[in-house]
Design a protein around this ligand. Sequence first.
Ligand SMILES: Nc1ncnc2c1ncn2[C@@H]1O[C@H](COP(=O)(O)OP(=O)(O)OP(=O)(O)O)[C@@H](O)[C@H]1O
Ligand SMILES: O=P(O)(O)OC[C@H]1O[C@H](OP(=O)(O)OP(=O)(O)O)[C@H](O)[C@@H]1O
Length: 211
Amino acid sequence: MNNVLTIAMPKGRIFEEAADLLRKAGYQLPPEFDDSRKLIIEVENEGLRFILAKPTDVPTYVEHGVADIGIAGKDVLLEEERDVYELLDLRISACYLAVAGLPGTKMNDVAPRVATKYPNVAEAYFREQGEQVEIIKLNGSIELAPIIGLSDRIVDIVSTGRTMRENGLVEYERIVDVTSRLIVNPVSYRIKDNQIDDLVTRLSKVVSVED
Ligand SMILES: Nc1ncnc2c1ncn2[C@@H]1O[C@H](COP(=O)(O)OP(=O)(O)OP(=O)(O)O)[C@@H](O)[C@H]1O
Ligand SMILES: O=P(O)(O)OC[C@H]1O[C@H](OP(=O)(O)OP(=O)(O)O)[C@H](O)[C@@H]1O
């Protein structure tokens, strides 16, 4: 017997590309899927239920098992370190995490400050480099921090590089490449393995065709 699969979808910039991938994989998603304020959307003919979550919360829903699977950026997975399996690189929403700052500036010798939305990733990166830093957690507009004198460096997402350029910042180090991943709850993967394997197979065909 087939159970309904619950998928945690990230609202925001990943959503459109992820919905596009699912449609290319043959899933019939209704028009309301793309243009609705509903947070739970049942697609009964496909045996799917979607929950629409904030991107950083997707691994939380999956870890707790209220969603069987989810779509999350590698940046979020590195930051959150949730107990989920990563099944597939969907190769969408490509970007990378980098250290940036004002050009020609050195890190302060005493407790250099690093502003970021990714405190765990930044902490681990500078620890590996043997540098002790003070992390300042921000929730957005990270590029403001060095300009306004809040920090020496930032750790943030770069995609086109436009935000850094328009704010007069330069990249100092590239930390890690980021794409969106399909994640699964370990218990769901045991119980609903056939359904999940089917979804993974269908999505992997689309992902590899797009190479
Ligand atoms: N500029 C970008 N270009 C491409 N992908 C990006 C970019 N910024 C973020 N991403 C990827 O998309 C994911 C979701 O980003 P999005 O901006 O939609 O959510 P968010 O950062 O939680 O934003 P908000 O806090 O405004 O809701 C990130 O986790 C990352 O993997
Ligand atoms: O290299 P780019 O193409 O310019 O993209 C990078 C920008 O995109 C993200 O910000 P977002 O738009 O999510 O805004 P916020 O984090 O400031 O809310 C990221 O934090 C960078 O600021």
